[in-house]
Design a protein around this ligand. Structure first.
Ligand code: NAD
Length: 497
């Protein structure tokens, strides 16, 4: 009882009000740095979800939002962006405590997402229809760009703040309303975010945040008949459920899913840049990033030298409390993830992979879900560890002998989210970029994002793009209007001309 009373108690944000689940049920959220629960979160069921969707529908069809000009929507989003800049500590702190991601990164990200809202604020009144040079006499034809209606946004537990910006920014700028379902593993940052929306002065129902489990709350939301679009980020298996749920409402769907991204280092690459790129690509956020480069493809002539350097640098990474500025790698977000990754590494080693560094939880932590940066040399890409997304600080290293083989290995995966190419040869960089089947290719860099740059995958990494200009169009649809400009009556339809 004593411990329970110390837990922070959160409520959901529905129709501009803070509310518990109708059933009164809650679940605990855990701090991965300690392994202890730190907050209680409402467990929404289908009635709560219905309340949120009805509120969003009402705001879209009948509320002040439906009458607001695009310019005024932009002003409101800009106000949100400005307020956000002053809340980065509070938002970053909540995300760090809930997910174990380093505070210095979550705080920075909370500040940076303000740029996304500024970007979409600027676009709000620049999306419009067209007049068509129509091929019919006495007809004026045009399109009007309209918002879709209620958007269901479903997010995973990593990069919460970033995901809320790339989904909610364009959806609201285009005039939609939103019901966002937070991850059951990290609901607090989303509920903290709702406070910022409240402070910015969005009308009730425009943005609603519900919390709960996937197969109850998530299913009820994505199959709700009043939902017009689903923007999902998460794993491919959940995505299959989402697609099936959308058969219920014919909602448009966009999917940002997992990855098994390759990072290719050619023999002419700048070694220091490549080594930093590798460390950035897989050990940032403890590898819990959809774009983590978990397959490192090294040219045989530099293979040993690069590996030696990466192992030496991995050994220097300071694992620690994610709230501390000096920590360089925090814990994994869930205990299940810790077990899953430990088993995957052990299996790989029993099946012929060679462990070069890491492979266990660091001995100095008696609590918390920490795992060492781990480097594994793999004889080929057949092992499960090379094929499946792990979502942890584990990189599988594979050797190649020429450009053709590097491209073949890079594309030998069910995923296609991102890739890195390290080379000093610009022609090769462009050839490989073109040949790699991935939605994002970073050349001599990694993990750059921007509100201006589309983000999304190929193959099992999903479809649709977030960020960039196109994203706002994807939250609208054209309505075609035909206008008869003739002063003569329409000819008799039963008399052929
Ligand atoms: P997940 O798929 O388990 O859960 C994602 C969300 O879906 C959660 O909110 C969950 O409650 C909900 N959900 C679960 N079952 C559902 C159902 N039947 N109907 C509706 N909603 C349901 O993912 P996770 O483990 O939280 O996150 C990790 C995954 O997310 C990884 O695969 C990672 O690569 C991916 N991810 C992708 C991107 C990207 O932009 N491509 C970004 C971040 C994370």
């Amino acid at each position: 009882m004593a411990i329970m009373s110390e837990l922070q108690s959160y409520q959901m944000y529905i129709n501009g009000e803070w509310s518990p689940a109708g059933s009164g049920k809650t679940f605990d959220s855990f701090n991965p740095a300690t392994g202890n629960s730190w907050a209680t979160i409402p467990a929404a069921d289908e009635n709560d979800v219905d309340r949120a969707v009805q509120a969003a529908h009402q705001a879209y069809t009948d509320g002040p939002w439906s009458r607001m000009s695009a310019t005024d929507r932009g002003k409101l989003l800009r106000r949100l962006a400005e307020i956000l800049e002053t809340h980065s500590e509070q938002l970053g702190h909540a995300e760090t405590v809930d997910t174990g991601k380093l505070f210095k990164e979550t705080r920075w990200q909370a500040r940076y997402i303000s740029d996304f809202f500024h970007y979409y604020a600027g676009l709000a009144d620049k999306v419009h229809g067209e007049t068509l040079p129509i091929d019919k006499p006495n007809m004026w034809a045009m399109t009007i760009r309209e918002p879709l209606g209620v958007v269901a946004a479903v997010v995973p537990w990593n990069s919460q703040l970033f995901l809320v910006a790339v989904k909610i920014g364009p959806a609201l700028a285009a005039g939609n309303t939103v019901v966002l379902k937070a991850s059951e593993h990290a609901s607090a940052p989303m509920l903290e975010f709702a406070r910022v929306f409240e402070e910015a002065g969005f009308p009730p129902g425009v943005i609603n945040i519900v919390t709960g489990l996937g197969d109850s709350c998530g299913k009820a939301l994505t199959s709700h008949p009043l939902v017009d679009r689903i923007s999902f980020t998460g794993g491919p298996e959940t995505a299959r459920h989402i697609i099936r749920n959308s058969a219920n409402n014919f909602a448009e769907v966009s999917l940002e899913l997992g990855g098994k991204s390759p990072l290719i280092v050619f023999e002419d690459a700048d070694i220091e840049n490549a080594v930093n790129g590798v460390l950035l690509s897989i050990f940032s956020a403890s590898g819990q990033s959809c774009v983590a480069a978990s397959r490192l493809l090294l040219h045989e002539s530099i293979h040993d030298a690069i590996l030696k350097e990466i192992v030496a640098r991995a050994a220097q990474i300071r694992i620690g409390d994610p709230l501390q500025e000096e920590s360089q790698m925090g814990p994994l977000a869930t205990l299940d993830q810790l077990k899953f990754i430990g088993n995957a590494v052990d299996n790989a080693v029993s099946n012929g992979a060679h462990l070069l560094y890491g492979g266990q939880s660091p001995a100095e932590f008696s609590s918390g879900w920490y795992y060492e940066p781990t480097i594994i040399s793999c004889p080929n890409q057949d092992l499960d560890i090379v094929r499946n997304e792990l979502f942890g600080p584990v990189v599988s290293v594979i050797r190649f002998s020429d450009e053709t083989e590097a491209i073949r290995l890079a594309n030998d995966t069910q995923f296609g989210l991102a890739a890195g190419v390290f080379t000093a040869n610009i022609a090769r960089a462009l050839r490989v970029t073109k040949a790699v089947r991935a939605g994002i290719v970073w050349v001599n860099s990694y993990r750059m994002v921007s509100p201006l740059a589309p983000f999304g995958g190929y193959k099992d990494s999903g479809y649709g793009r977030e960020s960039g200009l196109q994203a706002i169009y994807d939250y609208t649809r054209p309505k075609t209007v035909w206008l008869n400009t003739s002063s003569d009556p329409i000819s008799d339809p039963f008399v052929m001309q």
